[in-house]
Design a binder for this molecule. Sequence first.
Ligand code: WTA
Length: 635
Amino acid sequence: MSNYHIKNLEEYFQVYRKSVREPENFWAEIAEEHFTWRKKWDNVLSWDFTKPEVKWFENAKLNITENCIDRHLLTRGEKTAIIWEPNDSNDEAQHITYNQLHKKVNKFANVLKSKGIQKGDRVCIYLPMIPELAYAVLACARIGAIHSVVFAGFSSKALATRTLDADCKMLITSDGSYRGAKTLNLKNIVDEALEDCPDVSSVLVVKRTGEEIEMKEGRDEWLEPLMEEASDECAPEIVDAEDPLFILYTSGSTGKPKGMLHTTAGYMVYTAFTFKNIFNYTEGDVYWCTADIGWITGHSYIVYGPLANGATTVMFEGVPSYPDHGRFWQIVEKHKITQFYTAPTAIRALAKRNIEFVENHDLSSLKVLGSVGEPINEEAWHWFNDNIGKNQSPIVDTWWQTETGGIMISPMPYVTPTKPTYATLPMPGIQPSLMDDDGKEIKGNQVNGRLCVKFPWPSIARTVWGNHERYKDTYFSTFEGKYFTGDGAMRDEVGYYRITGRTDDVIIVSGHNLGTAPIEDAINEHPAVAESAVVGFPHEVKGKALYAFVILKESGESRKRDNLRKEINQQIADKVGPIAKPDKIQFVEGLPKTRSGKIMRRILRKIASNDTSDLGDTSTLLNPEVVEAIIAEAL
Ligand code: WTA
């Protein structure tokens, strides 16, 4: 894409207005100007949220890897496309140029073909954050196969469910993976998963750890020799704009995970456009998103968005705590990172550590900071802003979802004045609306409601793989004619949005609607508190009452528990209102979290309700062991 950015707030409003008045012209101009098409579209958009059906750039022909790789070769062939930073800080980073990426992806694509993979086939990718993960994703896209990346921290059971659901023919994995001081044998997990997946006829194995593994005759092969033999030329498969690009699973509030299906052209246009404007990407920048490619953030803002812009994108194999809690900052200094995009949970974890871990490093290359995945609390926002950004780098608090494909509400750096805990304004083309419980749109400002989107944007997921009814039920049935996000939000006096959390986390106490995020915010602001989670439990008089689970920074604080409870209550009363004071405050050592760092409130709600007979599937938790401890001390 060209280097042009939206420059100031006035221009943002102009662009935004145009995107709402003439959405088709707006997106057609962007699509036309910034991408390579083999054939232009016949129709920019057709949609019907009642079916629901959305089609962008109908009948256009393209290949996304041609846009992410080939077209850069003439001008940026020797530019670094991917910097790979290994787990061990003593090992050397790899700088993979666009020319090298082109060859690797072509070779990998030829390997896939030689194993019989064709356009439309599903390929499961279960790899750690090594370059082969990016090659594998792009190789699938090169030949029109549909990738389904499963985060390589998931259990064999979770992997099997996803592989079966997408009916994958092939699985790509590695012998093992490094995460900090730990080594994980991935291939064993795959072998166990595949006992339940007879239709996977081919497994490609990348050598990473040198672990002893079993290779199943006729099914498993090492990738490396195949790559060596394969030709580095592979003409891209030209696909239709609406042909599927990938499936990515996201957990629902009930039932099995939903395989969100994303298609090609709209996803490409939207992720590239948002990447450029939200990260203020300029030629020469070195952009780092700390997510794993196993999540949507990695798909859109490590791989596709940055590469479509010809950017340099960093892939980090390890964890923020290894070899010590300064690793992130050491990497920022080493690669002179200009944009740093991470999650509140990581910020909070690092903020607990000695500030010297930060101060030992030169972070002056940074110009934009980003946050994603959950509401960022005020304390974490300020810590990030003061200590990492040194008050010089705007924080983009980006709200979006696996289902939305790209960032929906976010400040644009140097354009939108930021406000702590506010995702601020919708991106051009995004038309949010807040709905009340009777299904009416809430107009005006200084209001609270359920967050919907009333007009399609190019990267909206098109369906739930194999279950269009579920897609319709989950997203389009709560509010007629609107996409319902499942989140609650408030709109302040100037029209800024603040995401208040999942609406399933909205708790009605004595008839008052309370978002959990602001209450947790208030608790977390207490200097003794590291993290907290608030859930509701049934109460005779109030309907629902609040139960707070609180992690203290130092367990030594526990001597003064009763005093702390009083202070926390006072803090909540001050910040949110006396109505938001929890009935119960339990001090805990840890909170049950998903692998992506989200608190599993479902479990906490059960504990709070004293209903622990059936906690559901806890196998995908990062730390299943904390659950027992919390139950043992429940109030
Ligand atoms: C939450 C991650 C507040 C939200 C890209 C959403 C956020 C869910 C933010 C999607 C944010 C994500 N502020 N909440 N900036 N970003 N969320 O599918 O509840 O893993 O619905 O996509 O995360 O999570 P997902």
